[in-house]
Design a protein around this ligand. Structure first.
Ligand SMILES: Cc1cc2nc3c(=O)[nH]c(=O)nc-3n(C[C@H](O)[C@H](O)[C@H](O)COP(=O)(O)OP(=O)(O)OC[C@H]3O[C@@H](n4cnc5c(N)ncnc54)[C@H](O)[C@@H]3O)c2cc1C
Length: 462
């Protein structure tokens, strides 16, 4: 993209301010500071020309048409909880925030939710629950992140091991393309094979192909109550071996892993009663109906015992189970107290989980950096978090080396550099290694076809 020079951008901005409803465009320096980075805190983030807080799809269209006319970059923003730098402001660009577009309509006849992109995931869950329905995708950030961000990253979470990821619940969406055209894809129908699977193309597109202004989400009947078990292991490898054994015969509704470092970081922050001596903990759930639930939990505990668990405990009480999950969900916040974090998100085929986890220990030792591991272990998706001193260049250098080696290790095991957070800016250096030249070129051709001037989220992914 040949961008318009800064003075031309500033004079063009008045045009946008005049076109949109009063108060939609903000360009106060303090506001601009608040809209520069997501949770990955990219140090190279730019300072935007302005923040547009859209009220409607037509505001989004007007903003995109204006940006296309003036060749000004646009970075869409949901709630800014991304962990890969997918939302990172560009110098002189527009941050297009969806935070005011929060309508949620539940349609019980079709069991769908029609949702604006700024609605928070937890609000959608609550709205569905009021009708006895359930929206499953549950990133740990579900109380903070937006549906638009979830669609744009194809967010995962804790229940994916049984219930799949965001894309499995997206039946349709409205998208504003790079020339301002609004297209409606899919609809409130379970089956639809008319034309190419464009809904799937836009899920996970990280703001590169269009701006999502509405989502049609599939809902399920409310989840049956779950029973929870917690097993403690002498080391992470034996916990990973238990996950492999469980995955071969059972279908848990949740299977999370925490290593010793993460357990202790959580216990330091809030006392959840986790075993500080454990090398690793597995927290698993079953929501199978009736008596099958208890049987499934017993089978999982047996697999843990065989893999060398020190002890295990189970409960049918949802509140008690939630206490352990709360600790797991807060792990990132707890670990942030220990230092600057580089958020890994690699995934491997489940049988490779032990090799990944043992390999990460080796990388940690080789570079002299702490790597805490929390994982959605049941689906092979791990979050090795490289804890370092962000103010010390040598510590940053070693952390970055370790971060890159963890991705290379995952690829060597047939895995992926990102299971749910997306590539953003943090991981784009490793994307060619995973995709290879032909798939990378195909991806670039799709980007060029939909955004020929490259105004949508430049610098992310490709
Ligand atoms: C404590 C914590 C725990 C987390 N746990 C998980 C987890 O378990 N699973 C998981 O998957 N993620 C997790 N995340 C990461 C993050 O919450 C998800 O990636 C989430 O989907 C981002 O949503 P957001 O609204 O914050 O999007 P943002 O961070 O604002 O944006 C994310 C990306 O989507 C694009 N985007 C946003 N809205 C739109 C739109 N309307 N149209 C087009 N593009 C758009 C942005 O440009 C950016 O590329 C966690 C984050 C935190 C801080």
């Amino acid at each position: 993209m040949t961008a318009a020079p800064q003075p031309a951008r500033e004079s063009a901005l008045q045009e946008l301010i005049d076109e949109l409803p009063a108060g939609t465009v903000a360009d106060h320096p303090a506001t601009l500071q608040n809209y520069r980075q997501d949770w990955a805190h990219d140090p190279d983030a730019g300072t935007p020309l302005a923040v547009v807080r859209a009220n409607s799809a037509s505001d989004v269209q007007a903003t995109v048409r204006w940006a296309a006319r003036h060749r000004i970059p646009i970075v869409p923003r949901g709630a800014g909880t991304g962990l890969s730098g997918g939302f990172t402001a560009v110098d002189g660009g527009i941050v297009l925030s969806m935070e005011k577009m929060t309508d949620i309509v539940i349609d019980t006849a079709t069991r769908t939710a029609v949702v604006e992109p700024g609605a928070i995931n937890a609000e959608v869950k609550r709205a569905a629950a009021a009708h006895g329905l359930w929206y499953p995708p549950d990133p740990s950030s579900f109380e903070m992140c937006s549906i638009g961000g979830n669609l744009a990253t194809n967010a995962g979470g804790l229940c994916c091991v049984k219930y799949g990821v965001t894309t499995d619940y997206v039946l349709g969406m409205d998208v504003v393309l790079a020339d301002g055209t609004l297209v409606s894809l899919g609809g409130q129908r379970i089956k639809d094979t008319a034309g190419l699977s464009l809904v799937k193309l836009f899920v996970g597109s990280e703001g590169l192909l269009g701006i999502i202004t509405k989502a049609i989400l599939r809902l399920l009947p409310a989840q049956p109550p779950a029973a929870t078990f917690v097993a403690s292991f002498p080391d992470v490898e034996s916990a990973a071996n238990a996950v492999v054994a469980i995955g071969a015969t059972q279908r848990p509704s949740m299977m999370e892993l925490m290593d010793n470092y993460s357990i202790n970081a959580c216990e330091d922050l809030f006392q959840a009663g986790l075993d500080r001596e454990a090398g690793a903990l597995l927290i698993g759930q079953s929501d199978a109906p009736g008596a099958a639930r208890r049987l499934e939990i017993e089978e999982m505990q047996r697999a843990c015992d065989l893999a060398g668990a020190k002890e295990s405990f189970c409960t049918d009480d949802p509140a008690e189970g939630e206490m352990f999950l709360h600790a797991r969900r807060q792990a990132f916040q707890a670990l942030e107290k220990r230092g600057t974090l580089l958020f890994e998100d690699v995934g491997v085929p489940i049988p490779q989980l032990p090799a990944l986890i043992v390999g990460i220990e080796g990388i940690s030792a080789a570079h002299g950096v702490e790597i805490a591991v929390v994982a959605h272990a049941g689906d092979g998706n791990t979050h090795p978090l490289v804890v370092h001193d962000g103010g010390d260049p040598e510590s940053v250098r070693r952390a970055r080396l370790a971060f890159d080696e963890v991705m290379a290790l995952a690829l060597s095991l047939g895995g992926t550099i990102t299971g749910e957070h997306g590539v953003g800016r943090l991981k784009k250096g490793a994307l060619p290694d995973q995709l290879g030249p032909d798939v990378l070129a195909l991806t670039q051709r799709i980007k060029d076809a939909l955004d020929p001037d490259g105004i949508l989220n430049p610098g992310a992914v490709l």
